[in-house]
Design a protein around this ligand. Sequence first.
Ligand code: SF4
Length: 237
Amino acid sequence: MNSSIPTVYESLQAAYGPQGWWPISGKYFPGDYSRPRDDAEAFEVCVGALLAQNTAWKNAEKAVASLASVNALNPQKITVLEQGVLAQLIRSSGYYNQKALRLKLFSDFVVCEGGLEKLFALPLPELRAKLLALNGVGEETADSIILYAAKKPSFVVDAYTKRIAFRLGLLPEDASYAQTKELFEASLPSDYAAYNECHALLVEHAKRHCTKKAPRCSDCPLQRNCNYTKTRLATKP
Ligand code: SF4
């Protein structure tokens, strides 16, 4: 059990409070872990996770809202929607032709599996393997779907997680997705709410303080335990 990650998690919770991920219909629900409450909300989360690939969340959010505006936020509707029409509806999310194809493949898959409720009842390793076998679903997207739509404890790793873990001295700079995931999962309680908040808090922290260039270390809530600041101070002329 790594003792640093629980300390980091506690400090981030104290600094930023509950994050209320994943947003549904544009709203966040801090401290309410009952969401998503049904297949419709869970499907919206899955679509958001697929559309958020390689773009800022606000662009994916616009595309999700565009699908909702024509009542197309369900797998049956997406399977019958003409691909070109779907691509135009999700244009704001970028790579829209590729993403339209991926959304159709994912929707076909959900329908073939008998719906999200049935799919999400599978044991976590089986669910993860099935998602990873889909075209266009990598580890981050699969774990986002498992954690935020299926509400099962599979820690989500992204570039922010890796950057913060490296700067804190918890992992080498070239740590793999699996190494990073394994460390966080071994250090936190295996619990949906803890994984949900910890990932969301790391994203918030990367945006507010631990930016890629010129991190704002002077008033960072993790400063006391951070290798990056210590190394920088030690090497200052
Ligand atoms: S002290 Fe700086 S480098 Fe370390 S976690 Fe905070 S912002 Fe990131």
